[in-house]
Ligand binder design. Structure first.
Ligand SMILES: [Zn+2]
Length: 427
């Protein structure tokens, strides 16, 4: 006979599992009808992704039902060159149960911050600044790089709210709220430099967001933003980088279009080829309108056009098809995945039979070990749990960041897997 307490515990456990599954079976979302940069109406979608999975949902139970999926469409605005999603999942759902990503614990994210910092250092004038503000500061890894440049460092991030004790720093003022809600008049200083790393792509209304940032500065304020670059994603056929959490896919053309519209001007830019082909941009309030429009004329013709994008998407699908066929041909062998990446459900989605013949996903992050993805029923295990690897085949399952993929490959070689499969044929 089952113990009464154990029985109740099991009852509540299965009740909470059902509650989670139910929550992600009724996804709350809004739909865009017009481009969020230039207001043109969205014409036909370039890419249609039916029942596209949400990402970053690690759970302690195995779920084999189709859960946490939503139809998605990807558009390119012909007028301003913005790539964008049609359906925007509510932030409440996207960030409520998800894994909280901390920049400082991800080696590819810290490498991207260092590249960004180098770019900023080349443009920032020498000497102390009055104040630096990091929009969406995460765990302060970026703003801390500027500790010597100002006595007034500010950062905001809604994730700070519940963990404010973790973030106490003497010269740093942290605001646990969305940027949109901050009253800059209450800060009592002039911000001469705004930083913003990998935030703009998540914003529902990037025009109001940038407008607020420009309003909060003065004529001399410098702005440094970085976000995934659309041109690089298309050129590399890296369409696995399209996912529900990135609402906006800015190209150089579209960001410059938006800045001009809002009274800003691009000063310089650089691309980080190793991390999402990120565009690192520097801008300020418009001082010399005549220099606008010079940056993007070439890419616009060759990359941001519909036939080229569709051809590249076909190339991506062919890579996925080859990987699917290879996995099928190795059906009788032991196949393991390596890298319990946040976006693994997207790889699972694009492969023909998903990751169905992958036995488990190996990851070094012990906080993930033992868990599953809500929408991919494969367990995450440690290297030790995987046992003997010499006769096994490994599929690289962390493919979104080139830098992260390059760091994993030597580990896979050291672990002496019999064979390594790289799904995108490109790192
Ligand atoms: Zn547009």
């Amino acid at each position: 006979m089952m113990c009464r307490v154990t029985g109740l515990r099991d009852h509540f456990k299965s009740y909470s599992i059902l509650k989670i599954i139910d929550k992600y079976n009724n996804i709350n979302f809004t739909s865009r009808r017009n481009c969020v940069v230039c207001s043109s109406s969205l014409d036909d979608p370039l890419i249609v992704l039916p029942e596209f999975p949400l990402t970053e949902l690690y759970v302690p139970f195995k779920n084999t039902q189709k859960t946490a999926v939503l139809d998605q469409e990807f558009y390119l605005c012909r007028k301003c060159g913005l790539g964008q999603l049609k359906n925007l999942v509510s932030g409440e759902l996207l960030y409520s149960d998800g894994y909280v990503t901390r920049t400082s614990t991800s080696s590819s994210a810290t490498a991207a911050i260092h590249q960004f910092t180098e770019f900023i250092d080349e443009i920032l004038p020498d000497g102390k600044l009055d104040a630096i503000f990091d929009i969406g500061c995460n765990d302060n890894y970026l703003i801390k790089q500027f500790a010597q440049r100002s006595h007034n460092l500010f950062g905001n991030d809604p994730i700070i709210d519940s963990r404010v004790e973790d973030y106490k720093e003497s010269q740093l003022t942290l605001i646990g709220d969305f940027f949109e809600n901050i009253d800059f008049d209450t800060l009592g200083v002039n911000i001469d430099c705004f930083l913003c790393s990998h935030t703009l792509e998540h914003i529902v209304d990037p025009a109001s967001f940038l407008s607020k940032a420009l309003d909060a500065g003065n004529e001399n304020t410098l702005y440094f933003f970085q976000f995934p670059g659309l041109e690089g994603m298309i050129r590399d056929a890296h369409f696995d980088q399209i996912f529900h959490q990135h609402f906006n896919y800015f190209s150089l053309k579209s960001i410059q279009y938006l800045l001009s519209k809002l009274g800003g001007e691009l000063i310089d830019y650089r691309v980080n080829a190793y991390h999402w082909n990120s565009l690192m941009i520097a801008f300020r309030k418009t001082q010399t309108p005549a220099v606008n429009q010079i940056f993007f004329s070439d890419t616009c013709k060759t990359i941001l056009n519909k036939p080229f994008i569709l051809r590249q998407y076909e190339l991506f699908k062919q890579s996925m098809k080859i990987t699917s066929n290879r996995l099928k041909s190795l059906n009788n062998e032991r196949i393991l995945g390596y890298g319990a990446a946040l976006m693994l459900p997207v790889l699972d989605y694009h492969l023909e039979d998903g990751l169905s013949n992958v036995e488990a996903i190996i990851d070094e992050d012990l906080s993930k070990v033992g868990k599953y993805y809500l929408n991919v029923p494969i367990q995450i295990i440690s290297t030790k749990m995987a046992g003997r690897l010499e006769d096994s085949i490994v599929l690289l399952t962390a493919i979104n960041s080139t830098d992260a993929s390059r760091k994993i490959i030597p580990k896979l070689i050291d672990l002496k897997f019999r064979q390594i499969i790289i799904p995108l044929n490109l790192i």
